[in-house]
Unconditional design. Structure first.
Length: 270
């Protein structure tokens, strides 16, 4: 689907800091094909304390569940974590179930993906906007946005759980933006592989802008009620810069379409 959708978008080399150009008259950009993604490098030094722009996580951003544990151990779980994961029936990963058994809240109910799932699975082209007191993350998948507060406020001590939690950000140095998020509802999964979490979950994102055209993202999961130690779900995953005028494809899990999939496909696989 990515190839078909990309066919109507013109890509040419340019002399500006972004090494390709998406036509300003094009609509519904789904993401860079692998070969074009690989070409996006360097572009000169990164501006200080600035993540502004349109960014593509590439194929690695889309994958989840069975993929980001490749070559590594699945994080060890506490007894509570083992009980929680046994109740989940995902479509991907080491705990995958038959299609008709699936109970993924995103794909079977149309619930919000929530955080941190949104950066662990179906992480698609995203726009980052800086304001005087916050950084805005505008995700193309499910037309979702987050506010990361940078005004010096502290995370809430006993927050009412939310789908996307409460996020605060700070600059560790001129190139690394650190985001801490707390207060996520346990109705969401960590990813598409059914990995659970409790409301004690804390997530840290580190956005290291290594050059004008590349950001490396590392995501650390810390939930002592579910996992015996913190673990990394994204390890310096590259985000590649897109032209600022790129229009993103609308990719929405509409509840009516989710129910259509259940009645027309998954229920019939029995």
């Amino acid at each position: 689907m990515r190839t078909t959708l990309f066919a109507g978008i013109t890509v040419v080399l340019t002399m500006v800091s972004v090494p390709y150009q998406v036509s300003g008259q094009s609509w519904g950009f789904a993401g860079l094909p692998n070969d074009e993604f690989a070409k996006v490098t360097g572009g000169g030094p990164a501006p200080a304390r600035d993540l502004t722009g349109a960014w593509d996580p590439g194929q690695a951003g889309i994958a989840g569940g069975e993929n980001y544990f490749s070559g590594r151990m699945v994080p060890p779980m506490t007894p509570l974590g083992q009980k929680m994961v046994a109740a989940n029936k995902p479509g991907h990963g080491p705990y995958s179930a038959k299609v008709y058994e699936g109970n993924d809240p995103l794909t079977t109910l149309g619930d919000p993906s929530g955080f941190p799932r949104m950066v662990n699975y179906e992480f698609r082209p995203t726009r980052i906007v800086h304001t005087p007191k916050a950084v805005l993350m505008l995700y193309s998948f499910n037309q979702t946005w987050r506010i990361i507060w940078t005004d010096g406020r502290k995370p809430p001590v006993d927050p009412d759980p939310r789908w996307f939690g409460y996020s605060t950000g700070r600059w560790e140095n001129d190139s690394t933006f650190v985001v801490d998020t707390v207060g996520m509802t346990d109705r969401t999964w960590i990813d598409s592989g059914g990995f659970p979490h409790s409301e004690a979950l804390k997530v840290q994102e580190r956005y290291n802008r290594v050059s004008a055209n590349v950001i490396e993202l590392t995501v650390t999961i810390d939930d002592p009620l579910v996992y015996t130690k913190p673990w990394i779900s994204r390890d310096r995953m590259p985000l590649k810069r897109l032209p600022d005028d790129t229009d993103f494809l609308e990719q929405v899990y509409a509840a009516s379409e989710v129910q259509g999939f259940k009645s027309d496909i998954s229920d019939k696989t029995k």
